[in-house]
Design a protein around this ligand. Structure first.
Ligand code: GKR
Ligand code: MG
Length: 433
């Protein structure tokens, strides 16, 4: 059957919808998740009425970049993805300040990274529209899938039972997780509900001995299951090496034990435990130093800040050349991002570690059907585009929540959320331990 495209692929309209999505009180080294997290939903509409979907961070700084971009794109084709990345967006030079990146959980905060985080949502939306126009899944546009399902790991968090008293929030059923027994109970529920067989624990919350005990408890409860611990750089080199020694027999990898490539390289030189990162290698410019110093053995892409699905493939190719592993980490996100992760992950031959996803923590989504994990995997959709459909009522409801917010929740700020429970709390000076 020949493929004939008779549709007009010109971009007629871009719709940007900032939303606030419910988020449980998940703890990390920078504080705790706010009850609602901002996300931005991007719709690229073609002259023929095809709508492509994208999703990215929704803090004001991202919105401010997305708006002028949205005005410039009508008239271009959804096929013009390379052009999209060459558009000169007016981003402030130098480092971006402020809480926009949740206080440093995702590495260097540069203007270019901000630009790429916004562009990625437009790239994904264009790919979704292309796929819908051609009747092809996004993975086919990326060269085709090499697997039919993508494996994810359970993403375990220390958490409070609920957001602080008096703070408007959606309740969640997960309960508290503040010690090894509760962490194991959380892991068990993840396994029962979604079939995950590998586990990542977000650390950097309690002193290392307590987190070591939690990982040990997981190893005992789930023998042979791959385990990771990610303190987001909260430890010194010395502490990192101690943790590596104590948990070396059960860890698949340690994720960002310490901050910065030189310190990661020191840890790497002193242990056989592989190190993974989504903090010291977060841009193409950071690769050379890290790989030359053998600072990391696995790079975790985030297609948002790496600049989309094609850049994620470029990253994977570079990692392959250097014999460095590649996988993906996540932030609070909805189904459009999960669909995009799954599509690109299905095309990466050298993806040998389960990706992690926050998705099970999100009780809300803007899709008509939630994406399902079976045996810890998401089946790779072969439907046109990303294979997902927007639930306009939910989108409108979550947008109303954003519109009605007094501005306090429009910027993700985990430290501010922490202060509501513990007045005066400040993010620790790193390394904390
Ligand atoms: O959502 O608390 C969180 C995570 O700590 C997230 O912000 C990180 O970027 O999941 C990420 C990670 O792997 O470091
Ligand atoms: Mg991480």
């Amino acid at each position: 059957e020949s493929l004939t495209v008779t549709r007009d692929l010109t971009i007629a309209e871009i719709r940007l919808t900032p939303i606030l999505v419910a988020d449980p009180p998940l703890l990390n080294t920078q504080g705790v998740h706010q009850p609602y997290t901002p996300r931005l939903i991007v719709e690229v509409v073609t002259a023929d009425g095809i709508t492509g979907l994208g999703e990215t961070y929704g803090d004001t700084k991202y919105l401010e970049l997305a708006r002028p971009l949205a005005e410039r794109l009508p008239g271009y084709s959804v096929m013009d993805v390379n052009m999209l990345f060459s558009l000169d967006l007016a981003v402030a030079e130098g480092r971006v300040t402020g809480a926009v990146d949740a206080g440093g959980l995702r590495g260097v905060q540069s203007a270019d990274k901000l630009r790429l985080s916004v562009l990625s949502a437009f790239e994904v939306a264009c790919l979704d529209a292309q796929g819908k126009a051609l009747g092809l899944p996004v993975h086919a546009l990326l060269g085709g899938k090499v697997r039919d399902a993508v494996e994810y790991s359970a993403y375990l968090f220390y958490k409070w039972a609920g957001h602080p008293e008096g703070v408007a929030a959606e309740p969640d059923h997960w309960g508290a997780a503040l010690d090894p027994t509760q962490v194991v109970a959380q892991a068990r529920e993840f396994k029962e509900r979604y079939g995950f067989t590998s586990f990542k624990l977000k650390g950097g919350v309690f002193p290392p001995e307590e987190e070591i005990a939690a990982v040990r408890a997981l190893a005992e409860a789930f023998p042979g299951h791959p385990l990771r611990l990610d303190p987001n750089g909260a430890w010194s080199v010395e502490t990192s090496l101690k943790v590596a020694e104590e948990l070396g027999d059960v860890l698949e990898y340690l994720e960002d034990p310490t901050l910065g490539t030189p310190a990661m390289a020191e840890v790497s030189a002193g242990t056989e435990v592989p190190l993974a990162t989504n903090m010291c290698v977060t841009t193409f410019g950071e690769i050379k130093e890290a790989f030359t110093k053998d600072a990391v053995q696995v790079v975790l892409s985030d297609h948002h800040y790496w600049g989309g699905l094609r850049n994620t493939q470029h990253l994977a190719a570079i990692c392959a050349v250097f014999g460095v592993g590649v996988s993906m980490h996540s932030n609070t996100h909805l189904g459009i991002s999960l669909a995009a992760m799954t599509q690109v992950a299905s095309t990466v031959p050298n993806l040998h570690h389960a990706c992690d996803s926050h998705y099970p923590w999100q009780s809300e989504d803007v899709l008509t059907e939630r994406i399902v994990f079976t045996d810890g995997r998401v089946a790779v959709s072969d439907a046109p585009g990303l294979g997902v459909e927007l639930d306009r009522d939910e989108l409108a409801r979550l947008h109303r929540r954003w519109a009605e917010d007094d501005g306090t929740l429009r910027e993700r700020d985990d430290a501010a959320a922490m202060r509501l429970g513990e007045p005066g709390w400040q993010p620790p000076v790193m390394p904390r331990w």
